[in-house]
Every structure is written in C-alpha cells, then in structure tokens.
Write a protein that binds this ligand. Structure first.
Ligand SMILES: O=C(O)CCC(=O)c1ccccc1C(=O)O
Ligand SMILES: [Mg+2]
Length: 371
C-alpha cells in the first residue's frame, strides 16, 4: 500500500465542561487529525497532544512541525506492505510518540480498509468482544458535592468503574467521602504525578480504601520511586505517564514499579507498540486498560478497536461522545449501552463515518502533502 497523499489538520474542539487534573484545567482540546490517502481510500488517525506540554513533552504545535519536517517526508510516496513496515520506517526517530502514532494509526485504518476488514481484526483483537466495558474519568471540582453528584449520575448510567483525579489537597478525604456515600464501588484514583516519596503517609492512608489501583502517584519520568511505594502498598500502582514503550513496561514490571498499565496509543507511539505491550502483559499476567486523552470520535474509535486485544482486561477511560462534545466529528457519535459498554464499530477500518461538515467546522488549519 503506497502513501500517496497526507492531509494534516489542526483541530480545536470546545469541551462541554472543563476537565481539571493535577496539572491544570482544560476548556477545549487542540489536537491534530492525520488523513492518509492511497488506492482511492482514506485512513484517519488522531495526534492526542495538548496545546501545552503539561501531560508529556509534546505539544500540538511540536507534533505539526515533526510530522511536516520529518515523519511525513519519510513515508510519502513509499510503499508499505503492512503497518508494521511503516512503523519500522519511523522507528529511528526518537520519541515524539503522539505525532508518530497519529500517522501510523491513520495507515492502519487505510490498510484495514484495503483489506476489507475492521481495524480490530487486523490488530488481532478478540472476535467475541463486540462491545467493551468502560469507565469514567472525573476531574477535580470546585466542591466535593459536585463530584459526588457526578459519581451518582455515572453509576446510574452504568459505567463499570469510577476514576477520580487527585492532587495534594484533593486526596484522601475525597476518597473517604466517596466510600462513605457509595460503599464498595469499583473506584480508582489518578494523581497525574502530583505526589513524591515525601507523601508516603498520605499514600498509606489511601491504601486503606481498597481502591482498584492508584494511577501515576509519582513523577512522570520515574519508575524507581514507584517501585519503593508499590512495595509498601497493597493497592496496585498503575503507571500512565512513565510508560513510553513496551521496553519501558518490561523494565517497570522487572522493578516492581506497577502491577497494572494504562495504555494510551499516543503515549507509546502507535498501534504496533500497543500489540507488543499486549503480548508482554499477557506473558506477565499484568492487566491492561485503555487510557484516554479526551479524544474526538476518531481517536475514540481507535481506542475501542485496540481494547479488543486480549490483554485489555479492565474497563478503560473510553467514555461516549456526549460526555465531551456537543457535536462529535464522527457519525453516528459513540453512545453508552445500558450495561456500561460501548459497541466496537463493525465497518471496515476504524468503522465510523467522518462528519466532514463538523470536522471542517472545527479545523483551524490544514495542509496537504503529495508524493
Ligand atoms: O476521558 C478521558 O479521555 C480520560 C481523561 C484522563 O484521565 C486524562 C486526560 C488528559 C490527560 C491525561 C489523562 C490521564 O489519564 O491521566
Ligand atoms: Mg492518567
């Protein structure tokens, strides 16, 4: 399959309500959509960067430059029999994983469409997973009552687990209040690196609440201190920010830095890396789940397909479109089934139709690259 043309778009979508984590409050999403064309077909990928380097070091602007100057010239006009071959052609470029994943995943979509297969099938997903169980990630609020109301609503809608964001000052007492009101619900907390080894006492207090896991309590670039904390806690630590590749995951598991891994396809550099992580996790008996970056319907579709890989055994952060957007860029938008699952699209490729009008509406800039 030859990469004949690439269209890069910078997109800005306002969130229905702000999303606050330990690193800040977001009112909208600014990211890139990559469209790859070949053999009369189009494939789509999403670059899940943020406008500022708050979650990781990439930004939407840096991803644009790297794609334009390095990644797109590397693949344009070339023929790749399989997406793994395109991934291999980008492998010598260091990091910039979200930019890389946007391009590689668009080619996966194109490849799957050319094969007449859904993305999940070419990835090696489990055909029995017609729908995947999902959870919700709830941001930091002005008042604890607001969060408790949101949890009540999420449970009523059928979400399979509740994740709440924590940071110093919005931590153990919040979890205690949730346990007090809702009892033994499937509950976890995500610190987005807001704590240090000096907070070990606080982490021990959190440990008493029987959480499913504590996500990324310590620094974004650490796997050593996390191992020390994991040795002290009975609650599994889940790493997010610290895992950039299957090799990072192997090292973290060897060190005992975590017992669960949050997989974000952008953070690890594309669907080929996700397949390798899935194999590693099954060998090691480590549960995986699909993380989220407040994706549009395109990134969301990709997340649903990859969650059919057999190592993904816990509910992910893939909520339905109306949790984030007044109008999504795919049609129909994703909805939550009453049993807390989202149905995996069945069409070829990512299996969703692009709402071109909505996509154009949200597009800030676009550029075409031809072989
Ligand atoms: O609903 C989602 O997409 C998950 C949201 C989420 O938790 C998140 C959103 C932006 C940046 C980091 C994270 C995270 O998982 O740490
Ligand atoms: Mg996280």
């Amino acid at each position: 399959m030859r990469v004949e043309q690439v269209r890069l778009r910078q997109v800005r979508m306002p969130l229905k309500s702000y999303f606050e984590t330990s690193f800040g409050r977001q009112y909208d999403r600014e990211f890139l959509i990559v469209e790859v064309r070949g053999e009369g077909l189009r494939g789509y990928g999403e670059v899940s960067t943020m406008a500022a380097p708050l979650y990781n070091e990439e930004t939407t602007a840096s991803a644009w430059v790297i794609l334009e100057q390095n990644f797109i010239p590397q693949v344009l006009g070339r023929d790749f029999p399989h997406p793994h071959d395109l991934a291999a052609a980008l492998q010598h470029f260091r990091r910039n994983h979200m930019a890389k994943a946007g391009l590689e995943n668009a080619f996966w979509d194109l490849y799957a469409r050319a094969q007449g297969q859904p993305l999940w099938a070419v990835l090696g997903g489990d055909p029995a997973r017609k729908a995947v169980p999902v959870g919700i990630s709830l941001g930091i609020q002005e008042h604890p009552e607001t969060l408790l109301d949101q949890i009540a609503q999420a449970l009523q809608r059928g979400y399979r687990r509740i994740k709440v964001k924590i940071r110093p000052g919005w931590d153990e007492p919040i979890i205690a209040a949730i346990r007090e009101r809702f009892g033994d619900i499937p509950l976890m907390a995500d610190a987005n690196s807001a704590f240090t080894l000096a907070d070990l006492d606080l982490l021990r207090r959190l440990d008493r609440h029987g959480l499913m896991m504590i996500e990324q309590p310590l620094a974004h670039d650490d796997i050593v201190d996390h191992a020390r904390v994991q040795a002290e806690l009975s609650t599994p630590i889940c790493l997010d920010e610290s895992i950039h590749s299957p090799e990072d995951a192997r090292r973290a598991l060897d060190l005992g830095s975590c017992r669960i891994i949050n997989v974000k396809v952008g953070r690890v550099g594309g669907l080929s890396a996700v397949q390798a992580l899935d194999r590693l996790a099954r060998q090691r008996g480590v549960p995986l789940w699909c993380g989220g970056m407040l994706e549009s319907g395109i990134g969301r579709a990709i997340n649903l397909h990859l969650t059919t890989l057999p190592g993904f055994t816990l509910p992910g952060d893939t909520s339905p479109s109306d949790r984030y957007w007044e109008r999504d860029i795919v049609s129909p938008p994703f909805t939550l089934n009453a049993d807390g699952t989202i149905t995996v699209p069945t069409g070829t490729g990512i299996g969703v139709d692009i709402d071109e009008e909505a996509l154009d509406h949200y597009t800030v800039t676009a550029k075409d690259f031809a072989a």
